[in-house]
Ligand binder design. Sequence first.
Ligand SMILES: Cc1cc2nc3c(=O)[nH]c(=O)nc-3n(C[C@H](O)[C@H](O)[C@H](O)COP(=O)(O)O)c2cc1C
Length: 367
Amino acid sequence: MSINSFGHLFRFTTWGESHGPALGATVDGCPPGVRLEPAMIQQWMDKRRPGLNKNTTQRNEPDTVNILSGVYEGKTTGTPIQLMIENTDQRSKDYGDILNTFRPGHADITYHQKYGLRDPRGGGRSSARETASRVAAGGVAREAIKAIAANVQIKGYMTQMGTKKIDPAKVDWDQIDQNDFFCPDAEAAAEWNDYLAWLRKDDHNSVGAIIEVVARGVPAGIGAPVYAKLDTDLSAAMMSINAVKGVEIGEGMAAAALTGRDNADEIFMGSDGPEYSSNHAGGILGGISTGQDIVVRFAVKPTSSILSPRKSIRMDGSPTEVVTKGRHDPCVGIRAVPVGEAMMACVILDHLLLDRGQTGGVRGSIG
Ligand SMILES: Cc1cc2nc3c(=O)[nH]c(=O)nc-3n(C[C@H](O)[C@H](O)[C@H](O)COP(=O)(O)O)c2cc1C
């Protein structure tokens, strides 16, 4: 069983727990000859790492990534790449009182029901610290993509916090890294900042979010028609992230309310090949990329660990109330942005490699 692994040809396996000595990813299937230095991965780790600002968890981890194998003189060798991130700021005493209690919204109860035992420190394997390993694997994928399809750009951002949505017309990629929220609209970011401060400090509460991830410049013809559709793999990738409860491609759920006329992305012949009037399909038709932006959206639930008391039970079945102290993200959507980008990078690289293996780059000509 490979239930800790993801991907077909570019495949990574994550390992480790929240409060163990370290965690990481073993990346297999990366092509040889890709330039890879720790700093190339670290830039993405730094976007996800905790303690960056007041709007994320105050656990302070440098999340320094160590490359233990698979790279020689700054280039990948085609052998497994072992990536390791040390845990340095564990405070297991924060979790002492939940040893025998199931926290609502957490995996404590299901891990216990399934395995009969669990590492309760920081949620053990169910902690979103696991996502640091994915971001590291995604950093490798980004470098390998550059070597195969240099024009690909991958960008994630938050489009909604709670009920507060951004205006799609105001999306400006240049704004994304200018605020704490990876929000592409400066005005919305300022509003979110005040809202989250109130929610965290005064209301002792948390809130959900929607994240959009776009892959631009992906050539047409990447993907597969049936069981490894590009949209199937992207959905699995995003749905595997902690706290994700919904995934959409392109128009997504809203497509149900459209008519066939509204939803048709009409095709025209442009000077450089086919062009489309719109992108309701999210850049994928029949599981295969069209060459338009690939657009994936996912919803994360509100952080379960909050300072407001919630009813639960202990392991012996007796009732209790849980107030989660410790250090938590008031909106997990913020740090989920680099995680979504990493998963997009891994899927796109995987499909670039699959396509190279099956078709060798053969394409049907148009025009
Ligand atoms: C980047 C990221 C950070 C998270 N941080 C927290 C947190 O601080 N507190 C919390 O209760 N949940 C947090 N979560 C969500 C939990 O890990 C998740 O809800 C829990 O493991 C149960 O899994 P499920 O929601 O996928 O069913 C985070 C999720 C992500 C993606």
